[in-house]
Design a protein around this ligand. Sequence first.
Ligand SMILES: [Cu+2]
Length: 115
Amino acid sequence: MITMQWAILPGRIEVKQGQEVELIVSTPDVEHGLAIKGYGISEPVQPGEPTVIKFRADKAGKFPMRCDILCGRGHKDMAGELIVLPARASSSSNPGETAARDGSLKKTKADPATR
Ligand SMILES: [Cu+2]
């Protein structure tokens, strides 16, 4: 993905709960930051050097993404949204539960809930 003056592209990222997410973020102009509220993510992004952000999407919901480094007049327009689609937990909705899988970065097409 790209942080640039004045946008975060793509502005909407959809992942599944429990998925290992790897964001490779670059910037074509000046230094920006990428922050994802709710996941405690806040990483600087420098020109010429992509930043790799890895995390496990263990919380379902919508999480605003922002640039958290003041980069100029359009700074506040740099916003996006991370959507974490809930795993199909039929009965229990215990939040820590999906964190039990080991962290391979494979992206399988249909990922049946492990239960
Ligand atoms: Cu900014």
